[in-house]
Design a protein around this ligand. Structure first.
Ligand code: ADP
Ligand code: 5SP
Length: 481
């Protein structure tokens, strides 16, 4: 009987579980369950979905270790009894945009404030980061803020739930997710209680009494499963932020870039040194192995295509067919896809716009093409921001739900100006978590060398004119919103 490990991806839209052979990485079974809609979610819904996905994956009775990768930044505020104080504000909830501005102003504002934050944490605060959500809580719901005894992130809280513990001191996380809070010094690898204090408008002494999950090493066991559920045999890994878990699942190293098109659009790259970008385009997070994982993240990923398909009355295959039937540039039509506001660039109150509609372009093919091109142009901007920080780019791998779109796969090389590789459809975040679990189990210095991911390489003729048109129109929207 092979030794089995479980990897979990608790992402924005769903929870996925993969069970793999710890030695070879071979996929044994899977399960998934949906998450509720919305940018404010009761963490209990993630727990229910995790239990459902575990059951769908055949349970954990024969599994030796598990790790969780999760959507980053979500604020899970706990009281002294370990109860959730209010629904979690997710990474894509923009109500804390003013709080982000205020936190930057308090350090000098503008480039001075942004520079101070990158020096302290690696990132400029935007509404996505937990620190801004805590400031929002302090200002909008002071009674709730007063009750905060611990702050966790989605993956930390779920790992704690898997353990069955109700002791706040058992909360544990990893560097990758801690680095996305905005109160963690990513370069030094330690919490900044002064920033937690500032966020909550309390003294640093009071902030030090708030429990933040212990930051475990990349392959450190953080507990065991809940014995009451029959999981006492299960070793628990520290888990990771979803993007860091994906990097582990893909086996990325310096020079490799992943472009993930899930709910978020993410450009990520492994870096041996911390990245600090005061422009805020690139966030200087950590990875799940001891290195760094700068990201450029948009709020508008797969749902741009979900929305376009719905508008055109087609499914995803139909949308891809329409987009591929159109010419590059969509007859002059551009979609600036800020449907949920935007984070990169930081335009939390922006809305989306079709620009350049004419009688020639007002047809389903060009609308579909503009949707795919607009989505990819936002990601190309993120890639450019990454290279401008000196991050090397040798290969680009497309992952996430919308990377299954034939149109995304075919049009990406033209917009990015580089070939892309597309791995077989899979759950790379959950796979990375499973690899971490196998690493924890092995006790070895490096993650297990599972067989490499099979990929297909796709090339295309670059279409810089499409990006130029997009850039000009993006600036119109930035000036407007
Ligand atoms: N073939 C496809 N073409 C375009 N989008 C797709 C396709 N298949 C799935 N998606 C979209 O991918 C998203 C889910 O991807 P996923 O990476 O699991 O997201 P998340 O990690 O944010 O929960 C959904 O918005 C879904 O509609
Ligand atoms: O905010 C970020 C990263 O900074 C997002 O990438 C979230 O981590 C959500 O990821 P998906 O659920 O869209 O994959």
């Amino acid at each position: 009987m092979p030794t089995l490990v479980a990897g979990i991806d608790s992402s924005t839209q769903s929870c996925k579980v993969v069970i793999r052979d710890a030695d070879t990485g071979e996929l044994v079974r899977t399960g998934s369950a949906k998450h509720p809609e919305g940018t404010e979610v009761a963490p209990a819904a993630w727990w229910d979905a995790l239990l459902e996905a575990i059951t769908a994956a055949g349970g954990l009775d024969d599994v030796a270790a598990a790790s969780i990768g999760g959507q980053q930044h979500g604020m899970v505020a706990l009281d002294a009894q370990g109860s959730v104080i209010r629904d979690a504000l997710l990474w894509n909830d923009t109500r804390s945009a003013d709080a982000a501005d205020a936190l930057i102003r308090e350090y000098g504002g503008g480039s001075e404030g942004a520079g101070a934050w990158t020096a302290m944490t690696g990132s400029v605060p935007v509404a996505s980061l937990t620190v801004t959500k805590l400031r929002w809580l302090a200002d909008a719901e002071p009674r709730n803020a007063e009750r905060v005894a611990a702050v966790a992130l989605p993956h930390d809280w779920l790992t704690w739930k898997l353990s069955g513990s109700t002791e706040l001191s058992d909360l544990a996380t990893d560097r990758s997710d801690a680095s996305g809070t905005g109160y963690f010094d990513t370069a030094a690898g330690s919490y900044r209680f002064d920033l937690l204090a500032r966020a909550l408008r309390i003294t640093e002494d009071a902030a030090r009494r708030i429990i933040l999950p212990r930051v475990a090493g990349p392959a450190e066991q953080v507990g065991t499963g809940d014995a009451a559920r029959g999981w006492g045999h299960l070793l628990l890994g520290p888990g990771a932020g979803d993007n860091a878990a994906a990097a582990l699942g893909l086996g990325m190293s310096t020079g490799d870039v992943a472009i993930s098109i899930g709910t978020s659009g993410v450009v990520s790259a492994v870096s041996p040194k911390p990245i600090q970008d005061p422009s805020g385009m690139v966030t200087g997070f950590a990875d799940a192995t001891g290195e760094f994982l700068p990201l450029a993240v948009t709020l508008n990923g797969s749902r741009v295509l979900d929305g376009a398909a719905k508008m055109l009355g087609v499914d995803h295959a139909g949308l891809a067919e329409l987009a591929l039937a159109a010419e590059p540039g969509a007859n002059g039509l551009t979609l600036v896809p800020y449907l949920e506001g935007e984070r990169t660039p930081n335009l939390p109150h922006a809305t989306g716009s079709f620009i350049g509609l004419t009688r020639a372009s007002m047809n389903p093919r060009d609308v579909a093409r503009a949707a795919v091109e607009g989505l990819l142009c936002g990601l190309a901007d993120g890639l450019e921001a990454m290279t401008s920080q000196g991050v090397p780019v040798e290969s680009i791998t497309l992952i996430g739900g919308a990377a299954r779109s034939a149109a995304v796969q075919q049009i990406a090389p033209a917009i990015l100006g580089r070939e892309v590789t597309v791995p077989a459809p899979g759950e790379y975040v959950a796979d990375g978590a499973a690899r971490q679990a196998a690493w924890v189990l092995s006790g070895s210095a490096t993650p297990p060398a599972w067989s490499t991911v099979q990929t297909q390489t796709i090339t295309g003729t670059p279409t810089p004119q499409v990006r130029e048109a997009y850039a000009a129109r993006r600036e119109l929207i930035a000036a407007r919103d």
